[in-house]
Ligand binder design. Structure first.
Ligand code: HEC
Ligand code: HEC
Length: 447
């Protein structure tokens, strides 16, 4: 009896070792197949073998677009809003006090450590660089080190314009150099970024003022109400002000509808954002936006059919989507949740609390039409009605641990996961005990 019990783990260890060996051997073969002398042979037998090299190319291209493409939106952020002038400040040929690196980090902008030359990193460590001087921000922009912001400089080094990239809102850094400075984490929601406060710095907000029929001063006030980690992607569709949390852009493979309101596929939303939100040069077609009642501003301004030429967006969509599909949600770090409790919590999630009926593992959203009216989850329909389906998309929960700062649900209304669980306990009359709630929370933290 004792003996057989003891031999079980050994057995498992052997099997595991065998699997690792098989993995190693097959990966050696795969590598040879992709690049070495074997590849021609491989091609003859497998006419689809280019699929692997093509997908690698797509991921590299898509990452480039996600991180660095402005789609020509500097025409909006720079030429129209003149945001670059506010960043530069009066001393550097712009207006106002300018944005120093310390100010930039305080409004949630992140700096890519890998874009900084070694000598510069040394000087920052030795405190020989003035992080309170906007001129330093311009130097960082020249290095392409400010994540999501692209500075355009002329041949004399004058700051001429600025554009934004997807990475602005959907990337952060690991803080490995200093708070706000580190390695890029693509796809993570930037929970600190105060988009409203940044736009509000722009000297010329007449574009927004005209569309919304408000004074620039009021627009500025509205933008300053948003706070960190939030953005209102519907403001210029319906003129209402109710920002939502910036969600992660990872963990979406297999997920049907994207966004809180379930606007469409990843690619639909990518085109929507690149053209309508970022102001890029491209094509966007969605006749649902012609609904005058629901989207008065969009309908009046023809946002349902935009064709800015030359189109710099459409050709980028395939690889951009490919890259996003490749961005899996990062696993929760060891020690960030209680393992035993999480295990018990998993059962509660799947059974007693019925969470898995909608958050179907391992997608954690429904395979299929993943939408629910507010009543089904016990909340109002205010935000749902700003979208095309009058419903909310079941949030894919993978990687929840990466975005706990601003609360949960589309507007961050529940400050903690326990508050979310308490809400469902109430609405679904689950009758969960304190321990069960705690275990469920540990499970959510482990996803
Ligand atoms: C200014 C900030 C900002 C920028 C820049 C931005 N996004 Fe987003 N993104 C958001 C917000 C906010 C939402 C949620 C909108 C909603 O649901 O109402 C969102 C939603 C998404 C989603 C859906 C995520 C989900 O959970 O379904 C994807 C995918 C996405 N963005 C990709 C992109 C891509 C690709 C780009 C660049 C072309 C981009 N975003 C640029 C703020 C931003
Ligand atoms: C009827 C379908 C349904 C059931 C059942 C359900 N959820 Fe949800 N869940 C949703 C929808 C829809 C949303 C998006 C809400 C929004 O957009 O504000 C959501 C959002 C969430 C979020 C917020 C995610 C984020 O990024 O902020 C968490 C956490 C969550 N659910 C956990 C649970 C747990 C735990 C249970 C079981 C007690 C559960 N859900 C049961 C549909 C459901």
């Amino acid at each position: 009896m004792n003996k057989s019990v003891r031999s079980m783990p050994e057995c498992r260890r052997l099997v595991r070792l065998g699997l690792v060996m098989m993995g190693l051997i097959s990966s050696v073969f795969l590598n040879l197949g992709a690049s070495g002398w074997a590849s021609q042979e491989h091609h003859r037998h497998n006419p689809q073998s280019h699929v692997f090299s093509d997908s690698r190319k797509m991921i590299v291209e898509g990452r480039e677009t996600f991180r660095f493409d402005t789609f020509g939106d500097e025409a909006f952020w720079g030429d129209t809003l003149r945001l670059h002038e506010a960043i530069a400040g009066k001393k550097n040929g712009g207006t106002g006090p300018g944005v120093s690196p310390n100010t930039a980090i305080a409004v949630g902008l992140k700096v890519d450590k890998r874009a900084l030359p070694r000598s510069l990193k040394r000087k920052i460590r030795q405190e020989k660089i003035d992080l309170d001087d906007p001129a330093t921000t311009l130097a960082l922009l020249k290095l392409d080190a400010v994540i999501g912001l692209k500075g355009f400089f002329d041949e004399y080094g004058t700051f001429k314009s600025v554009g934004i990239q997807c990475a602005l809102c959907h990337s952060t850094v690991d803080d490995s150099f200093a708070p706000g400075i580190g390695k890029r984490l693509d796809g993570w929601a930037n929970q600190d970024l105060n988009v409203g406060a940044i736009i509000a710095l722009a000297p010329d907000l007449s574009f927004f003022a005209n569309l919304l029929n408000l004074s620039q001063q009021t627009v500025r006030k509205v933008l300053n109400t948003w706070g960190p980690g939030k953005f209102d992607a519907h403001l210029l569709l319906d003129g209402k002000n109710a920002p939502t949390l910036i969600p992660p852009a990872f963990g979406l493979a297999g997920v049907n509808l994207t966004t809180w309101e379930g606007w469409g596929s990843i690619s639909h939303w990518n085109a929507f954002v690149a053209v309508l939100e970022m102001g890029g040069q491209g094509t966007f077609y969605d006749p649902r936006l012609n609904n005058e009642e629901k989207f008065p501003i969009a309908a009046k301004n023809g946002f349902g059919n935009v064709r800015r030429k030359p189109d710099r967006v459409t050709k980028k969509l395939p690889a951009l989507q490919f890259y996003q599909l490749a961005l899996t949600a990062p696993s929760a770090p060891r020690g960030s949740f209680k393992k035993d409790a999480a295990k018990k919590g998993e059962r509660i999630f799947n059974e007693k609390a019925k969470c898995a009926q909608c958050h179907v593992p391992p997608l954690f959203t429904e395979p299929g039409w993943n939408m629910h009216p507010g009543e089904e989850i016990g909340i109002d329909n205010n935000q749902a009605e700003r979208g095309p389906e009058n419903a909310y998309r079941t949030s894919p929960l993978k990687g929840l641990w990466t975005h706990t700062k601003r609360g949960f649900f589309h507007d961050g209304r529940f400050p903690t996961l326990l508050a979310v669980v308490n809400h469902y306990d109430d609405v679904f009359k689950l009758d969960l005990s304190t321990d069960e709630k705690r275990d469920l929370v540990e499970y959510l933290k482990s996803l």
